[in-house]
Design a protein around this ligand. Structure first.
Ligand code: 5GP
Ligand code: MN
Length: 342
């Protein structure tokens, strides 16, 4: 028996909205990860099984390693089909906003989402949900949005309607947001849920292989290069920095998602607590950070990098040069020191 997490009023509100709605859109944050895509399609497949067609509209394209997931080929990325995405958002009665807590997280789709006349439901696990939805199911203590989708479906008495396709997507989100159950993964409920998903027919070993071990040779070389040549360690701060320029990424034939997991690599070093990775994109610097234990990566990201996230996994963006971004990183040292001792 799972413990009850989502409050009954929210469950009732979603049940009513589902009954009233014909046209449903499910969306998630930009640069969608395994949890964003997994939760979206886990929900979409289950809604399809009760006769509701739900379209998944993402701000941009899912990464290559997730495109094998059931249904993902039908996704409507706003960057690829802006008019279709606009129409779907305008015509929708109900929009589920999954795995994000603030409108700006959908990037250029922000105005379209805000302008949609649909009722909106947030299902998310980031701190500080902004009030842009009619129903807000926000649980930062839960390790993934996918696990929240599973919980919500159970509370809506739709457990039996979760099929193998939905279970596959939900498991993928649970797996990727916990680093294959290596962090945020001490809740016993997770393993009850995994058992249920296995009974639905998922192949968890194959999923791990397909999501995690389908890199190209050049991607593996990019990771090796980044660690060997572009990683700096600050031992007294238990901190590391990896920096990659546009040119370096190009040399390794970089595609979005290829650097997934790179920021975790330095935390494999004994006593390392905080890892920062700066990637030079077209017109900004993408910041990705990870930490161990109580070290507040999220607070550093919101203070210095215009971002946020979770205690141990946070990110942000800087509109400046790479050199300036490195300077900003250096300016965080006093705070790193402070957080190390909290
Ligand atoms: P990643 O480092 O994998 O890109 O992101 C890790 C986590 O940091 C994400 O799950 C998300 O919560 C958060 N995050 C990443 N980028 C941003 C950003 O630009 N803004 C905010 N608010 N959070 C971000
Ligand atoms: Mn997530």
């Amino acid at each position: 028996m799972l413990k009850s997490v989502i409050n009954e009023d929210n469950v009732k509100a979603v049940r009513k909205l589902l009954e009233e709605s014909e046209r449903i859109v499910i969306t998630c944050h930009k640069s969608p990860d395994g949890d964003a895509i997994g939760s979206a399609f886990g929900l979409a497949h289950t809604l399809a099984n009760i006769g509701k067609e739900a379209k998944v509209v993402t701000p941009d394209r899912p990464p290559r390693n997730l495109r094998f997931l059931p249904g993902v080929k039908e996704v409507v990325p706003y960057t690829v089909y802006p008019d279709f995405a606009h129409q779907l958002l305008q015509d929708a009665d109900l929009v589920f906003c999954l795995d994000f807590n603030a409108l700006y997280r959908v990037d250029r789709m922000r105005d379209e989402l805000a302008a949609s006349p649909a009722k909106k439901v947030m299902i998310d696990h980031h701190e500080g949900p902004e009030p842009f939805t009619h129903v807000t199911i926000s649980h930062p203590e839960q390790s993934s949005t996918s696990v929240l989708v599973f919980r919500l479906l159970c509370r809506l008495e739709l457990f039996d309607r979760i099929d193998r396709k939905a279970a596959t997507c939900i498991y993928t989100g649970m797996m990727t947001d916990t680093g294959n159950f290596t962090y945020n993964s001490n809740d016993p409920d997770l393993y009850i849920i995994i058992a249920e998903l296995l009974r639905k027919g998922i192949n968890k070993d194959e999923l791990y292989k397909k999501v995690m071990n389908t890199r190209s040779t050049s991607t593996l070389k990019l990771h090796a290069y980044a660690v060997a040549e572009r990683m700096q360690i600050f031992p007294e701060l238990h901190t590391s920095l990896i920096v990659l320029t546009k040119d370096e990424l190009k040399r390794f034939d970089y595609h979005p998602g290829d650097d997934e997991g790179l920021v975790n690599a330095p935390l494999g070093i004994e006593d390392m607590v905080y890892s920062v990775y700066l990637r030079e994109d077209k017109d900004q610097i993408k910041v990705s950070t990870r930490s161990i234990g109580n070290f507040r990566a999220d607070l550093l990201c919101s203070k210095y990098y215009h971002g946020g996230g979770h205690i141990n996994a946070a990110g942000g963006e800087l509109k400046c040069s790479l050199e300036e971004a490195i300077e900003i990183f250096r300016s965080t040292f006093p705070d790193i020191e402070k957080y190390l001792h909290q």
